[in-house]
Design a protein around this ligand. Structure first.
Ligand code: PBG
Length: 327
């Protein structure tokens, strides 16, 4: 055969395949989402997310220790309060669950990078991501509470805040208040391109944050839309976001790529609870090879353009990267 170009030439050995690999990852890009709740001595497994737990503040250090040992040095805190009300007061309370978790983590783990999810849905009695006016989530009055929440996280020791509510103007409002209070150097990781997704199902069970009526479609995005995602990303860049997130990850690789090409900020992707639950369930039934699926999902997300990966599989991935199985 007269064939000069033979793609298979570069696939001959593992050494060669590693040499020409196009996507390289590092565990410094991993963020682990973590649920903290009220009480003591609580370490309860989340039924729809086998292997993931809710921790009380006193048990949190054990998990932080495990993360650090695995080489994961960034966490994102989600709070589960005991008391909820119409205006989500516990989200911005000085002794709120996330604020207390931050103080404890800050004290015991000075080297961990602490990020917080900034939203109202875990704290409101109605489960929506903002304050209500009738059945409508009121945008502008919610902004003040979100900014207040972000500030209280920073004052309790957060290194970075991540608004996930999808109200218009929240990044600007948070930036403004943080600057005013002297926190000019705290970066904002914006959940800029967040779709109204069924993939959040297990999370809502984990955090008890499902809306008591209606859905989130009047603030989270319609998953038929790609250009609207660019609009959201560019708007948050203008408002002062430092990192732009796309969420979920697996079904939105096209959006990750487009955001990556359109902006010059780091891009994060969140492999959400439903993605985790599907892998776990299928693996349990013996239908898929869990490790290989975890690796393939991660690599495809980075290949699509993500610089940062939020995943419940962070510990496993750090190990796979360490062992050279991927990356
Ligand atoms: C809060 C928030 C949600 C998730 C992250 N932040 C739930 C939602 O928007 O309903 C989902 C994370 C996951 O599914 O793993 N608004």
């Amino acid at each position: 055969m007269d064939m000069t170009v033979r793609p298979r030439r570069l696939r001959k050995s593992d050494t060669l395949r590693r040499m020409v690999r196009e996507t390289r990852m590092d565990k410094s890009s991993l963020i682990y989402p973590l649920f903290v709740k009220e009480g003591t001595n609580v370490e309860e497994e989340i039924p729809s997310m086998e292997g993931q737990y809710r921790y009380s503040v006193d048990r949190l250090p054990f998990e932080l220790e495990r993360l650090q040992k695995a080489g994961v040095d960034k966490v994102m805190f989600f709070g589960i309060p005991d008391v909820k009300d119409e205006v989500g007061s516990q989200a911005y309370a000085e002794d709120g669950i996330v604020q207390r978790a931050l103080r404890e983590a800050r004290k015991q783990f000075p080297d961990l990078y602490l990020i917080t999810d900034v939203c109202m849905c875990e704290y409101t009695s109605h489960g929506h991501c903002g304050v209500l006016c009738g059945h409508d989530v009121e945008n502008d009055s919610t902004l003040k509470l979100l900014a207040k929440t972000a500030l209280s996280h920073v004052e309790a020791g957060a290194d970075m805040v991540a608004p996930s509510d999808m109200m218009d103007g929240r990044v600007g409002a948070i930036r403004h208040l943080l600057d005013e209070k002297g926190h000019k150097d705290i970066p904002i990781l914006s959940y800029a391109v967040k779709y109204a997704s069924a993939f959040y199902g297990p999370f809502r069970e984990a955090a008890g944050s499902a809306p008591s009526f209606g859905d989130r479609k009047s603030y989270q995005m319609d998953f038929h839309n790609r250009r609207e995602g660019m609009k959201e990303a560019l708007l948050d860049v203008q408002e002062g976001a430092d990192i732009i997130m796309v969420k979920p990850a697996l079904s939105y690789l096209d959006v990750i790529r487009e955001v990556k090409d359109a902006i010059n900020l780091p891009v994060a992707a969140y492999s959400v609870s439903g993605e985790y639950a599907m892998v776990k369930a299928a693996a349990k039934l013996g239908y898929i090879d869990e490790e290989r699926i975890i690796c393939e999902m991660a690599v495809s997300t980075y290949r699509a353009g993500a610089d940062i990966y939020l995943t419940y599989f962070a510990k496993e991935l750090a190990r796979f990267m360490e062992e050279g199985r991927i990356g």
